[in-house]
Every structure is written in C-alpha cells, then in structure tokens.
Design a protein around this ligand. Sequence first.
Ligand code: SAM
Length: 296
Amino acid sequence: MSVPPPSDPPWVSCSALAARLREAGCVFAEDEAELMLSAAGTAAELAAMAERRATGLPLEHVLGRAEFCGMRMVVEPGVFVPRRRTEFLVRQAAAVTRPGSLVVDLCCGSGALGAALAAAVAREHPPHEQGSGAAGAAGAAGAAGAVELHAADIDPAAVRCARRNVAAAGGRVHEGDLFAALPAVLRGRVDVLLANVPYVPTDSLGLLPAEARDHEPVIALDGGADGLDVLRRVAAEVRHWLAPGGRLLVETSEDQVEAAARVLERGGLTVRTARREEPAATVVTGRRNASRDGRT
Ligand SMILES: C[S@@+](CC[C@H](N)C(=O)[O-])C[C@H]1O[C@@H](n2cnc3c(N)ncnc32)[C@H](O)[C@@H]1O
C-alpha cells in the first residue's frame, strides 16, 4: 500500500475534496472540486486552493481564471469576475460589429468583454470575408486583427489583468478615468463601445453576495445613489467618441432599465433595449445618428 507524503492533503480524491468544499459551504462542491483538481499542479497547490476557497475567495480568483463566452479568461485577485449574464452584452455587440470595427471596452475589468467580442467577430467572419491582415480562425488565437480593440480601466490591477486577456486580439489597454484614458485619435471613430460600468446603488452594496462584497473592489461595484452615476458620466461624453452610427452598449438591472435608457437618450443617442430570460440579462444600446451631427 502506498502512503502519501506528509505534505499531501487528505482530499486528493475528487470526492474527498468535494466533501471539504461542501463543509465550507460551497453549493457546487463537486464541480468546483473537479476544476481545482484540473488546475492544481501539485498536492500542495491543491491544498492551498481548497483553503483559499474555504475562506470564501471566489472560485475564479482561486483558479485564476473564468469561463466567459466559451473562452478561458485570466482573472487576477482583486479584479471583478466577469459574470455569465454579461455574455448577453457581448452577443448583442457581436451582432453589430464588423471585421475592422473600432471597438472600445470601457471599464474593462479583466478585459473579458473586448477579448470575447474580438474572438466572436473572428469566428463569425471567416478570413475570406475579412480584409487583409484580419485573422479568421475560431477562438482567441484567431482574434488578432478581427477588430481594432482598445480597453480601459481606472484600476491598475484590472489594467494588468486585461493586458493578458486582450493580447491574443492584438488589443491595447489604457489606464485612467473613463474617456480620459483613451488616445485622442479615437475621438469620433468608435463603432462599438462596450461599457459594463459599476451599477449597484450604494445602499445595496451590503446586499451583494459575500464573494463580491469582500473580494471585489468597491470601485467595480458602486454606481452611486441610484446606481447610474458612472453611466451618466459615460453618456455625457459618449457622442464625442462614437463614429456616426456607432453604438454604446451597457448592461443594467431590470429595475434600472428605464432610467438607464433615459440617461442614454439625454446623451443624444437613439435607444433600444434587449432582454434575455435565462440567465436574466438586460442590455441597453444607444446609437449615434448615422449622419454627422456636428457634435464630435
Ligand atoms: C462592473 S466592473 C465590470 C468589469 C468588466 N467590464 C466586466 O464586465 O467583467 C466595473 C469596472 O469599472 C471600473 N471603473 C470604475 N470606475 C471607473 C472609472 N471612473 N474609469 C474607468 N474605469 C472605472 C472598475 O475598476 C471595474 O473594473
């Protein structure tokens, strides 16, 4: 009979690890155990992962990655974990993004949205449809050149993480406050602007699951008194950055959708709302008039 070395944790089997995670309160203990077993290189690493997860760290921070739009995104500690519901925002954006479009992922966090959109465009528009220099193979590896991608965030940790995720798409990541982070040459040229801004009303922050409350930065979550403060700032400037006919796409909660739509209308955009039931997601799209309106 082989005896494990003393440093080995007692939960090296999937079922033992799942039992440990269940005991710590993880609802999807079996699934999480499988993911940890596939990610850990050594028994010691597995033990450290199990302990970090047992203290309440989000699974994605424990693994260092998240699944998003069928891709594996790097998610570093302290960076907002991209949510599966936000895949709907990327899908809405993919429907209006063409090869060569100028795409900006504002408030990019891990950069998952921009990276996934670039990959979707590469997948949906094979090489013969694209101009020279555009790659068309499926997935992140084929995303380079499918769109011109810029991402930006105010948080240096997010910027570092996003650089790793958008690299395959040949994207650039800028650090700074909203549009101030972007190169001025992008003004009036952006075809698709993704902005999953913080939208939780300040008073509701305490109602978030502990994983978000305790392990994601407040700046990634807090949208001010009604949750729309950052969106109002984006809407106030966006028409100077969008190309004629360009679109801003934002995610909102169902409670906020009408107010968010009014915010975009006040920003001079024509608004449309799309909803999905499972998982529930709401996206508001604002389009700049297709003819130059003299406001850029
Ligand atoms: C809700 S998270 C979304 C992250 C990412 N777009 C996603 O969906 O996974 C909001 C992000 O906005 C960033 N942020 C908050 N205020 C900002 C500002 N004034 N300028 C730029 N980024 C900001 C945060 O650092 C955070 O990464």
